[in-house]
Design a protein around this ligand. Structure first.
Ligand code: UD1
Ligand code: MG
Length: 454
């Protein structure tokens, strides 16, 4: 497909009223990404250019989300799929050899199928190739009527089909590849269709056949690919189908998913070989997981980078980093900017925010560190808290290499605990503790120093 230019048109002007929502239909998230982004990203990848997105009036929210990934044209009044395509003519006429057309509410369509369509059209002497689906569940799609020689003859919409036509098992998916020149010179000649007074793209089949030319068809039997989303029931169906597709891809790439039914892996996640994903685990956003990890059960990870041989048990991780051989859980919470360095370990009921636990450092039980830097091999005793917020500002805490923070220590930031220093159980540390010193008490005093806080 290199030598020929292909442009893409995505229809998205329909009202989507059956979603019963304040949010535009095509912005409803499907595994964490707005529905419309699937078609836009695929078309971009396939054609190498931003596709034309035909939207209805007041689609500002869609423009905001999609931005420059698509070229927007407005169809002010919804007068049918043919009329919608006509709106793209000014932008695209003379720009490409082929035009691919699909819908924004059909997010599971694959690039492979669209590519097959374009390739078939390249070998077609006629100006149109359509995607058809053979299935026993017609779900309101138009029926493909073929002539005696087996050629595509016309598409009949369900509402006007005869009983014989209704029984046909080959359906119009709504995905088309046109010869660009033919499309742009004929799209304004679609006859008006009564009683709705709309212009149907499907009527272009009869226009081609009437000219004595041929409509080709590429057929799929995978009805998940052409699942159109009109209701939230469809949205759930599409989510399930997409999850299955993603899960299978990772399983075939060497990831064990113990119970795919309870696992969600979003499309932009990457997982290394020999990692095991336990039940009730959700991997979201731009998350990467290395090799030989054990993730879950009962875990949510969003926007995180996780190295090799890490363990995450029953924990919540957001925008955090775990280096190789680190582990967390059960019941840990890594918030934005948290980092577990190599071999660091964080146990029961710990919370880390905008903080680094140095290589081999340990924080076993019931602790909160915010805006803190912990040196290598330090030990954070049970119940340690950084008092990092003074009501106005967030203040930093530094804990040196090999330091030992006694149980229930309050570190009143800004404060530094030196390398190899210790704090006694229950101490409230309000002043810096020198290297190798011991501080204890409330407020904490450094052992061997007199009245150092006066
Ligand atoms: C259409 C096809 C039908 C096919 C089905 C597959 C026509 C006449 N019929 O029917 O043969 O089986 O898709 O899903 O094309 N849209 C606009 N502007 C409009 C009308 C529609 O942008 O004026 C967009 C919608 O947002 C939607 C798509 O086009 O994404 C399809 O429209 P829809 O009304 O759902 O068509 P169907 O009746 O389902
Ligand atoms: Mg539809």
């Amino acid at each position: 497909m290199k030598s020929i230019a292909v442009s893409g048109v995505i229809l998205a002007a329909g009202q989507g009223t059956r979603m019963e929502s304040d949010l535009q239909k095509v912005l409803h998230p499907l595994l964490g990404k707005p529905m419309v982004t699937y078609a836009v990203e695929m078309m971009r990848a396939l054609t190498g250019a931003a596709p034309v997105l035909v939207v209805g009036r007041g689609a500002d929210a869609v423009r905001e989300i999609v931005g420059e990934d698509a070229v927007f044209v407005e169809q002010a009044e919804q007068r049918g799929t043919g009329h919608a395509v006509l709106q793209a003519r000014d932008v695209l006429q003379g720009r490409s050899d082929l035009v691919l057309i699909t819908y924004a509410d059909m997010p599971l369509l694959t690039a492979e199928t669209l590519k097959r369509l374009a390739e078939r059209q390249q070998g077609n002497a006629g100006p149109l190739t359509i995607l058809t689906l053979v299935t026993d569940t017609p779900r309101g799609f138009g029926r493909i009527v073929r002539d005696e020689a087996g050629g595509v003859f016309k598409i009949v919409e369900e509402a006007v089909a005869t009983p014989e036509e209704l029984a046909l098992r080959e359906l119009n998916a709504g995905v088309y590849c046109f010869d660009a020149e033919w499309l742009w010179s004929h799209v304004d000649q679609i006859p008006l269709s009564l009683p709705k007074e709309e212009y149907y793209l499907t009527d272009m089949v009869e226009m081609v056949v009437g000219d004595g030319r041929r409509v080709e068809a590429v057929t799929t039997e995978d009805d998940t690919e052409v699942l159109g989303i009109n209701t939230r029931v469809h949205l759930a169906e599409a989510t399930r189908a997409l999850r299955r597709r993603i899960d299978e891809r990772w399983m075939l790439a060497g990831v064990t998913i113990v119970d795919p039914d309870t696992v969600t892996i979003e499309p932009d996640v990457a997982i290394g070989r020999d990692t095991t994903i336990w039940p009730n685990t959700h991997l979201r956003g731009q998350t990467t997981v290395g090799t030989h990890c054990a993730i879950g059960p009962n875990t949510v990870i969003e926007g995180c980078q996780i190295g090799d041989r890490c363990k995450v048990l029953a924990s919540i991780l957001e925008q955090a980093v775990m280096e190789d051989d680190s582990d967390i859980g059960p019941f840990g919470h890594l918030r934005k900017g948290a980092r577990l360095c190599q071999g660091a370990r964080m146990g029961n009921f710990g919370e880390l925010k905008n903080s680094t636990l140095g290589p081999g450092a340990k924080m076993g039980h019931f602790s909160y560190l915010g805006d803190a830097q912990v040196g290598a091999e330090a030990n954070i005793g049970a119940g340690t808290i950084t008092c990092n917020y003074d009501g106005k500002r967030k203040n930093r805490t530094e804990i040196g290499e090999g330091a030992f923070i006694g149980s229930d220590t309050m570190l009143v930031a800004p404060v530094k605990v030196g390398k190899g220093a210790k704090t006694g159980a229950g101490s409230v540390v309000t002043h810096d503790v020198p290297d190798d010193a011991l501080a204890y008490g409330v407020p904490a005093r450094v052992k061997g120093e007199k009245d150092e806080h006066s």
